[in-house]
Design a protein around this ligand. Structure first.
Ligand code: HEM
Length: 185
């Protein structure tokens, strides 16, 4: 994955735990990279090793870390680096979710070798929808849950994502029920 992802993890860890803890996590992960470069590609494995090492050093389950990272990604990493792209995604949670299937086609202009996730929306109601998530990568289900929570916060809309079906348990792809309350005026 592009270095932007590892940089995002670094930013989140350093923010909450400081730079020494981050150095310890990198050592434990066996990652010998002083500084990640956003638009350079790194092995996916490196990202997963960093998450696993963060889990053991911080004593937090990987799923919880991935959810926290999803929120951080939306609220800080993507917003600070690519705020314009985020704004173009929509001005409310449901609008953003409905635009999500096309979102990474714009991101490809910045990261040409992106291997993006694929999203689809079905069963769209006034306060819920089904979000289908397809990827060749394993283990990112809870990252998506965190991304949706982060989007809820971005738009001041209480939102939940419930995993209805997961690829890890034999389904074709991950399926989430996303529910939201209308924002308080
Ligand atoms: C401007 C904002 C964003 C940028 C620049 C961006 C960029 C990226 C990059 C560089 C990757 C790594 C993939 C690779 O290197 O092949 C990635 C992965 C991913 N992105 Fe985004 N992204 C943005 C916003 C979002 C949003 C809003 C969502 C969903 C709500 C999202 C969902 C994901 C997921 C789930 C992955 C993991 C890859 C996979 O599933 O295989 N991203 N994105």
């Amino acid at each position: 994955m592009y270095g932007m992802v590892n940089r995002g993890i670094e930013q989140m860890v350093v923010l909450h735990h400081g730079v020494e803890v981050w150095e310890r996590i990198k050592r434990e992960a066996g990652v010998d990279v002083e500084m990640f470069i956003s638009n350079e590609a790194y092995a996916d494995e490196m990202t997963f090793q960093l998450v696993a090492a963060a889990s053991s050093v911080l004593g937090a389950p990987q799923d919880a870390l991935l959810r926290a990272f999803g929120e951080h990604w939306v609220l800080r990493t993507a917003e600070e680096g690519y705020g314009g792209l985020m704004s173009a995604g929509g001005s409310s949670l449901p609008e953003f979710l409905l635009n999500l299937p096309n979102f990474h086609t714009r991101v490809v202009m910045v990261f040409p070798n992106l291997q993006p996730p694929r999203f689809a929306c079905t069963d769209v109601g006034p306060n819920s929808l089904h979000l289908h998530y397809r990827t060749h990568r394993a283990g990112l289900t809870h990252f998506v849950v965190g991304l949706i929570q982060g989007l809820g916060k971005r738009f001041g809309t209480e939102a939940t994502a419930t995993v209805l079906e997961s690829k890890a348990e034999g389904a074709d792809h991950d399926l989430f029920l996303v529910e939201w309350k209308s924002p308080v005026a």
